[in-house]
Ligand binder design. Structure first.
Ligand code: HEM
Length: 200
C-alpha cells in the first residue's frame, strides 16, 4: 500500500528517509544531543507552524466567514479543521518543551538556563540566551494547556458551554494565542542565537 495516502504512513516514511540520509552521510556515532535537537526542531516546527496558521489564517478566515452573510460560513473549519489542528498543536507544544529540557539536562545546562546564567562570572551568555528562550517557551506552553485548549474545547462544542461562556472563551483563547504569536518571534531569536550568536 502507498504510505503517502495516510498521515501516519507519511510520517513513518519521513523517518525512514531521514535514517537513509544519515546512513548516506556515514556513521558518526550515536549523538544523544543531536537526537534531542532534531526531535526538538521537528516538534517545534509543528507547534510554531500551527500557532502561526491559527493567527494568520484560521482566525482571520473565521472572522471573514462570520460577516459574509451569503457565504458558506465557518462551520466546516470548526468541525473538521480546528479539532485536528488543536490535537497536533497541543501535543507538539509538550513534545517541544520535553525535548528542549532533555537537551538542557543532557548538556548540564538545565538549572543554569532557567536561572538565566545568573551567578556565573563572567556571564554565561549561552545559558542567558537559551534560558530566555526556555522561559518564553514555558510561558507559551502554559498558555496552550491552561488557557487556549480549555477555552477552545468550549468554543468547538467539545464540552458544554453557554453562549456567554463561549463569548468569554473566544476572547481568552484569542489573546492567549496572539500573545504566543508575539512571544514566538523572540523565542526563535533565542533558539537560533544561543550557540550561533545574536544577529544584532
Ligand atoms: C516554541 C517553542 C520552541 C521552538 C520552536 C524551539 C526551536 C528551536 C530550534 C529551531 C532550535 C535549534 C537552534 C539551532 O540549532 O541553531 C532550538 C534549540 C534549542 N532549544 Fe528550542 N525551541 C522551543 C522551545 C524550547 C524550550 C521550551 C526549551 C527548554 C525547555 C528549548 C531548549 C532548546 C535548546 C537547549 C536548544 C539547543 C541550543 C543550542 O545549543 O544550539 N527550546 N530550539
Amino acid at each position: 500500500m502507498n504510505p503517502l495516502t495516510s498521515v501516519r504512513g507519511s510520517i513513518a516514511t519521513g523517518f525512514v528517509v531521514a535514517l537513509l540520509v544519515s546512513l548516506l552521510i556515514g556513521p558518526t556515532g550515536f549523538m544523544e544531543l543531536g537526537l534531542a535537537r532534531w526531535l526538538h526542531v521537528l516538534s517545534g516546527v509543528m507547534w510554531i507552524g500551527l500557532l502561526w496558521y491559527f493567527n494568520v489564517v484560521q482566525v482571520p478566515a473565521l472572522a471573514e466567514a462570520a460577516v459574509d452573510k451569503g457565504g458558506p460560513g465557518g462551520a466546516g473549519i470548526s468541525k473538521y479543521v480546528a479539532p485536528r489542528a488543536m490535537f497536533w498543536f497541543r501535543w507538539a507544544s509538550l513534545a517541544t518543551w520535553l525535548t528542549g529540557a532533555w537537551y538542557l539536562l543532557r548538556a548540564g545546562n538545565f538549572a543554569g538556563a532557567f536561572m538565566l546564567g545568573l551567578g556565573s562570572n563572567p556571564t554565561n551568555y549561552y545559558q542567558l540566551i537559551i534560558g530566555i528562550g526556555a522561559w518564553l517557551g514555558t510561558i507559551m506552553l502554559f498558555n496552550v494547556w491552561a488557557l487556549i485548549w480549555p477555552n477552545q474545547k468550549k468554543i468547538l462544542g467539545l464540552v458544554p458551554a453557554s453562549d456567554d461562556e463561549k463569548t468569554r472563551a473566544r476572547k481568552v483563547a484569542l489573546y492567549a494565542s496572539r500573545s504566543n504569536f508575539v512571544l514566538s518571534i523572540s523565542l526563535l531569536l533565542c533558539m537560533g542565537s544561543a550557540s550561533h550568536g545574536l544577529p544584532f
